[in-house]
Design a protein around this ligand. Structure first.
Ligand code: FRU
Length: 441
C-alpha cells in the first residue's frame, strides 16, 4: 500500500475534501473524497488512510463507494463519530437526475439531489457498503427547511444529551446551515437553521466546536471572493455563539480566511490524542503531478499539515501541530532534501523589506504584511492567483516557520497567528536569504 509522510496525498488519481477525521482505537483515521479512476473530479468515493502520529500515513484504499440507489452517483463529504465502540460515518448521498451521456461520472446540467446517509463500521477497518448503510435524512423538498440539491457535508458531534449535526446548505442563492439533533446518532430531527451574507451562495463543509468560552464556526462559502480567477471559494472562520439546546447560532463579526494562500478549502477538525482541536484542509491543485517516484501514477490533491486551533489574546491562531514540527529532527543542508522528495522545515525572522527565495518561491515582508509569490514555480498556469499576502502583522519583524514539500509550501507566521500556504510546481533547491535553522525528517 502507498505510504505518505508529513502530507497525505492522493494515492493516485484524485482527492478533495478531508472526511471522517477522527482519533479512534488508538490511531488517526482520515478519509477523503476520492475519484479512483482519473486525476480529476468524478463519482465520489471515500478513500481511507490511518496514522499513528499525524506524521506517517498508510493508505488503506477505498472505504465507501456508491452501492445504493440514493448514493449511486457519489458518496460526498461527511464526518465520523464513535458510538459504543463502533465508528459511525455520516455522509451526503448523491443521485443525479441524469448523468452525462459521454461521461457518467458527471451530472447532465448540474441537476442532482442530495440526502444524508451513514455507515456503521465495527472497527474502523471494515465497511460493509451493502449491509451497513442507511439513509438518515431524506432529500429535503420544502425550501423552508432545506434545499433538495445543495444540502450536504454533515459534521456530527456529541453533546451531553445526544448528538448534533450541522449541514451546509443554501436558500434562493444564499448560503445557510441546518441543524439536526439525535439521541442515538441514528434517527435525526430538524432543530434550527442560520443564514448570513458571509455564507456566500452555498455554504459547504461547515464545522462548529467550542473554543474557550465561545464557539468557532468554520465553513467554505461559495462565491464570496468571486473575482473571475479559478478557485474563488475559500475556507473561512468566525468566532460564534451557539446554544446546543436550541441550536441557535450567531456569528461574532465578519468571517476571515483560515489560510491566506487561498488554495486551502473544506477543512475538517477533530480532537487529537491529547484532546486538542486539530484541523486539516484540502490543498487544491490546478493540475496533476505526473512523475511520482513511488509509482502511484498521476495524482491530484493533497492535505495540508494538521494545525491546532487556538485562541491567543482574542485572535484565532492555526499553529502547525507540534507532533509534526517535532518530526523534523534531522539537520539539513538547505533545500537539498527536496531533490529526494523529502520535506524541509526552515525557520527564520524577516524584518521590513527583507525576503527569501526558496527554490524560486519568494517571500517578502512589505508594509508589515508577508507576501508570497509563486510566479516562478507555477508552471505557467493561467487564470490562477500567483501572489498572496497576510493581513498587517504586529511588530516590526515576523517569525516564520516554513514547511516545504516538492508541491506545497506552508508558512506559519508568528506561531500560527496567520498561515499562508501555496501549491507549487517545479521548486528548485537554491536557497537565498536569512535563515536560522533548517531540518528534515
Ligand atoms: C467541497 C465539496 C463538498 C462536497 C464534495 C464533493 O469541496 O464540494 O461540498 O461534499 O466537495 O466532492
Amino acid at each position: 500500500m502507498i505510504q505518505d509522510s508529513i502530507h497525505l496525498k492522493a494515492p493516485g488519481n484524485w482527492i478533495n475534501d478531508p472526511n471522517g477525521f477522527i482519533y479512534y482505537n488508538g490511531e488517526y483515521h482520515l478519509f477523503y473524497q476520492h475519484f479512483p479512476y482519473a486525476p480529476r473530479w468524478g463519482t465520489m468515493h471515500w478513500g481511507h488512510a490511518v496514522s499513528p502520529d499525524l506524521v506517517h500515513w498508510e493508505h488503506l484504499g477505498v472505504a465507501l463507494l456508491p452501492t445504493k440507489d440514493y448514493d449511486r452517483n457519489g458518496v460526498f463529504s461527511g464526518s465520523a463519530l464513535e458510538i459504543g465502540g463502533r465508528l459511525h460515518l455520516y455522509y451526503t448521498a448523491v443521485q443525479y437526475e441524469q448523468p452525462l451521456r459521454e461521461d457518467i461520472h458527471l451530472p447532465d446540467g448540474d441537476r442532482f439531489q442530495a440526502s444524508q446517509a451513514m455507515v456503521i463500521s465495527p472497527d474502523g477497518r471494515h465497511f460493509d457498503n451493502w449491509k451497513d448503510k442507511r439513509q438518515i435524512i431524506p432529500v429535503l423538498t420544502d425550501p423552508d427547511f432545506g434545499d433538495k440539491k445543495d444540502t450536504r457535508d454533515p459534521k456530527v458531534w456529541r453533546e451531553a444529551d445526544g448528538c448534533r449535526m450541522v449541514l451546509g446548505s443554501s436558500r434562493e442563492g444564499k448560503g445557510r446551515v441546518l441543524f439536526f439533533r439525535s439521541d442515538n446518532g441514528l434517527s435525526w430531527t430538524y432543530a434550527n437553521q442560520f443564514s448570513a451574507p458571509e455564507l456566500g451562495r452555498v455554504l459547504e463543509c461547515p464545522d462548529l466546536f467550542p473554543l474557550e468560552e465561545g464557539w468557532l464556526f468554520l465553513g467554505s462559502p461559495m462565491g464570496v471572493t468571486a473575482d473571475g480567477l479559478s478557485y474563488a471559494d475559500q475556507a473561512m472562520y468566525a468566532r460564534a455563539h451557539f446554544d446546543p439546546d436550541s441550536c441557535r447560532l450567531s456569528l461574532d463579526g465578519p468571517m476571515a480566511f483560515v489560510d491566506h494562500g487561498l488554495d486551502f478549502y473544506a477543512p475538517q477538525s477533530t480532537l487529537d490524542r491529547e484532546g486538542r482541536r486539530v484541523l486539516i484542509g484540502w490543498m487544491r491543485m490546478p493540475r496533476p503531478v505526473e512523475d511520482a517516484p513511488d509509482g502511484r501514477g498521476p495524482w491530484n490533491g493533497m492535505m495540508s499539515l494538521p494545525r491546532l486551533v487556538t485562541l491567543r489574546e482574542g485572535h484565532v491562531c492555526f499553529p502547525v501541530h507540534p507532533d509534526v514540527a517535532a518530526a523534523f529532527d534531522q539537520p539539513a543542508e538547505g533545500l537539498a532534501p527536496l531533490a529526494q522528495h523529502r520535506p524541509v522545515r526552515l525557520r527564520t525572522t524577516l524584518r521590513e523589506g527583507e525576503g527569501l527565495n526558496l527554490g524560486g518561491y519568494r517571500l517578502r515582508l512589505r508594509e508589515g504584511r508577508l507576501e508570497g509569490d509563486r510566479s516562478a514555480v507555477f508552471a505557467g498556469l493561467q487564470n490562477c492567483r500567483l501572489t498572496a499576502r497576510t493581513p498587517r502583522l504586529t511588530g516590526d519583524a515576523c517569525r516564520l516557520d516554513i514547511f516545504l514539500d516538492p508541491n506545497l509550501i506552508e508558512v506559519f507566521v508568528n506561531d500560527g497567528a496567520y498561515v499562508l500556504s501555496h501549491i507549487v510546481y517545479g521548486l528548485g533547491t537554491r536557497l537565498e536569504g536569512p535563515v536560522e535553522a533548517v531540518s528534515t525528517i
